[in-house]
Ligand binder design. Structure first.
Ligand SMILES: NC(=O)c1ccc[n+]([C@@H]2O[C@H](COP(=O)([O-])OP(=O)(O)OC[C@H]3O[C@@H](n4cnc5c(N)ncnc54)[C@H](O)[C@@H]3O)[C@@H](O)[C@H]2O)c1
Ligand SMILES: O=C(O)C(=O)C[C@@H](O)[C@H](O)[C@H](O)COP(=O)(O)O
Ligand SMILES: [Zn+2]
Length: 368
């Protein structure tokens, strides 16, 4: 069992606990936070697989719980599901002392976190992430959001959880494609600031992408260490936190163009492709070596993730560029990209020349 503390800035410090068998201990760990009732927000798939274990654990610790389940998938990060969840919380009659528990992947965490941020102007919530992606990334740091047809995560709030329980055992039921998708965000953390971690992920640690629990546990711990240090320094993305967006300016635009259809392209797959594009753009601009860009592509491909635009579909350069200009990091219409001087050496590039990006997108296979 490893405990990582997330602290800094204006938010109350909290613990991320990573280990095995944590779902069964969840009731005892949540009981000190839950002065009244809890509502578990989950999706229908996760409810069927892990809902009973959580409710039993809460009941054994004397904590009352109700379940609100949304349909699985990115489509639930919507105004419609947010309204439905908030209405259910009102119907159940939660008060400000009660606690929301997000049991699920990044979709559930982002939606439940936003509902908790809005409900009575903000109540406590606990994250129990059940996908690799949610354990290494979305459950930590307090970004909550829904999508709109105009772009990813454009409506949201910063609302930090009170506790995160990352149980490696729950990943045993995760489909292989979802493990790989989460692996993309793990690789991203190495690419941002830890070349030695990236080397391990590319070698011995690569077993994690195939579901090896020991490799997964190490990958979750190191990812949470990296992410929590960044969030502690810069909760609201005034500066350094934007590094966590490596691969996302390209990736989010591509996800939006495919209509948030995760059967076509899951978030982690878009991030994998986006990281390859960010490294290739960096190499094209002479910022990093083409060998580094090629190595990143090879490692990402070996993990079974997409590396080339045509693997995600057919795109128009201007459509992608318009979405990138509407990204939350853009300032006064000027593009911000996360680029790299090498593996483990990402940096925030502001005021990136849109004409150069357009030419790059065409070179990547988008139509002009
Ligand atoms: N807030 C953040 O900082 C942050 C960070 C990264 C990603 N995200 C967001 O996270 C979302 C993607 O999250 P995701 O990849 O976890 O997808 P997801 O939440 O849609 O989960 C993927 C699928 O796995 C199923 N599932 C979840 N846990 C399972 C388990 N243990 N066993 C079997 N099936 C299980 C779900 O029902 C779903 O069908 C995107 O919307 C992305 O924008 C947010
Ligand atoms: O926590 C962050 O900060 C991140 O950028 C992590 C990303 O992996 C995640 O997908 C996040 O939701 C993207 O944030 P956004 O601000 O670009 O919507
Ligand atoms: Zn992401």
């Amino acid at each position: 069992m490893t405990t990582i503390s997330v602290s800094g800035g204006a938010f109350a410090a909290y613990q991320v606990i990573v280990g095995r068998g944590l779902l069964q201990q969840a009731g005892a760990r949540i009981a000190p936070l839950a002065r009244g009732r809890t509502v578990i927000i989950t999706d229908e798939t996760v409810e069927a697989v892990h809902g009973a274990a959580l409710t039993a654990s809460l009941a054994a610790a004397g904590v009352q719980s109700r379940i609100v389940a949304v349909p699985p998938g990115e489509g639930s990060k919507s105004f419609a599901q947010l309204e439905r969840v908030l209405d259910r919380l009102l119907e159940i009659g939660l008060d400000r002392k009660d606690v929301v528990i997000a049991l699920g992947g990044g979709v559930v965490g982002d939606l439940a976190g936003l509902a908790a941020a809005l409900y009575m102007r903000g109540i406590d919530f606990v994250q129990i992430p059940t996908t690799l992606l949610a354990q290494v990334d979305s459950s930590v740091g307090g970004k909550t959001a829904i999508d709109t047809p105009r772009g990813k995560n454009l409506v949201g709030a910063f609302h930090q959880p009170r506790l995160v329980l990352a149980d490696i055992d729950v990943l045993a039921t995760l489909p292989a494609r979802q493990v790989k998708s989460g692996w993309a965000e793990v690789l991203k953390h190495g690419l941002i600031c830890d070349a030695a971690f990236f080397d391990w992920l590319a070698g011995e640690g690569a077993a994690g992408a195939k579901g090896d629990p020991a490799a997964l546990e190490r990958a979750v711990i190191r990812s949470v260490e990296i992410k929590s240090a960044v969030v502690g320094e810069d909760e609201k993305e005034a500066g350094r936190r934007a590094l966590l967006n490596l691969g996302h300016t390209f990736g989010h635009a591509i996800e939006t163009e495919v209509g948030f259809d995760e059967d076509a392209l899951a978030h982690g797959e878009a991030v994998a492709l986006g990281c390859c594009m960010a490294l290739r753009y960096s190499a094209r601009e002479g910022l990093c070596s083409s060998q580094d860009a090629a190595r990143v592509e090879a490692v990402i491909a070996a993990a079974g993730l997409p590396t080339r635009l045509d693997q995600a579909g057919a795109f128009e350069a201007d459509g992608l560029l318009a979405l990138m200009a509407g990204d939350k990091k853009a300032e006064g219409g000027a593009l911000t990209l996360i680029l790299a001087r090498g593996i483990g050496r990402a940096f925030v590039a502001k005021g990136v020349d849109a004409d150069k990006v357009r030419a790059f997108l065409i070179a990547e296979g988008a139509t002009g």
